[in-house]
Design a binder for this molecule. Structure first.
Ligand code: FAD
Ligand code: FES
Length: 277
């Protein structure tokens, strides 16, 4: 069961953590009793700031399961995202959803999981990492590559630091340009990808970030033998209804609120040159 898909339900901000200078993670809890909901990593909700507007925001918290609270990480880039980013504890936001298809983690036992995130793209992938670590025995290698413009733009630093010292997951955090006091890798995630050992026959890759980053990463993986059908990307288009009725999120034959936002690259690749309507 889920919230009303057409009418926002009131959710209160119960926690707000500033991740970077322009990005915050909010935990939202319903103001009334709502049906228990199943929310999968990669799905999104429509968040409404009263009197300002509504945007699509990915689930950034707990993995698949039944939970009444929601975690969302929002970057302030325009009027609506600023209003939601700035919402203080106690603010009531409207919430619809969940919408769309999330990441498909139904892979063969013993598969390698390769997760590549650029910038805010780590938000919808964070619950995947949590889910993968919770059922770690299902996978052989779990690898996370995170790219950020500079160290000040790295999200979830505490969790990343814990994952970096864990034997359960290999983590590489890379920044675009060298800066003083940064001793980690410098360069785009595609350069980090070249350093990762890949067994193409059993690799499932999940990519989220700016579209060029996903395209370059996917072609690098395809060049190394990974099947396009084993690469998943999360695509962003203008979402309005979220229910597959308004057509704003059309990409080729897909309505991304209904058929995405996570799409396998065999499907996405030919469509990525189709302009948004
Ligand atoms: C499936 C899906 C999931 C999403 N998940 C998240 C999420 O988890 N967190 C989140 O913050 N946003 C997320 N977004 C983006 C969000 O829905 C909005 O598009 C974005 O916040 C801008 O909305 P706005 O109305 O504030 O700004 P607008 O008025 O639409 O844009 C203001 C300016 O910012 C630019 N801009 C728009 N989007 C971005 C962007 N993503 N990065 C940089 N500049 C941008 C625009 O080109 C414009 O110049 C998601 C979108 C989709 C489709
Ligand atoms: S947002 Fe309306 S059809 Fe997808």
């Amino acid at each position: 069961m889920q919230n009303d898909r057409a009418t926002p339900t009131g959710y209160r901000v119960v926690s707000r953590v500033a991740e970077t200078h322009d990005t915050a993670t909010l935990i939202l809890e319903p103001t009334t009793t709502v049906p228990e909901q199943r929310v999968a990593p990669g799905q999104f909700m429509m968040l409404y700031a009263h009197g300002v507007g509504e945007i699509a925001v990915s689930i950034s918290g707990h993995p698949e399961g039944i939970h009444s609270g929601l975690s969302h990480t929002v970057r302030s880039v325009g009027a609506v995202s600023k209003a939601i980013h700035d919402a203080s504890v106690g603010t009531i936001l409207g919430v619809r959803g969940p919408f769309g298809h999330g990441w498909n983690l139904d892979v063969d036992r013993g598969a390698d999981l390769l997760i590549v995130a650029g910038g805010l793209g780590l938000a919808p992938l964070r619950p995947v990492v949590v889910a993968a670590l919770a059922s770690r025995q299902r996978f052989r290698r779990v690898t996370l590559i995170v790219g950020a413009r500079d160290p000040s733009n790295i999200l979830y630093r505490g969790e990343l630091a814990a994952w970096q010292v864990s034997d359960a997951i290999a983590v590489e955090v890379t920044i675009d340009q060298p800066v003083s006091r940064w001793t980690g890798p410098v360069g785009f995630v595609t350069e980090s990808l070249h350093r990762v050992a890949i067994d193409p026959a059993c690799t499932t890759a999940l990519l989220c970030g700016p579209e060029p980053m996903m395209r370059f990463s996917a072609s690098s993986l395809i060049d190394r033998g990974v099947g396009a059908e084993n690469i998943q990307v999360s695509l962003e288009r203008n979402m309005q209804c979220g229910t597959g009725t308004c057509g704003h999120c059309q990409l080729g034959e897909l309505l991304l609120c209904r058929d995405g936002p996570v799409v396998d690259y065999a499907t996405a690749q030919p469509l990525l040159r189709v302009p948004e309507l």
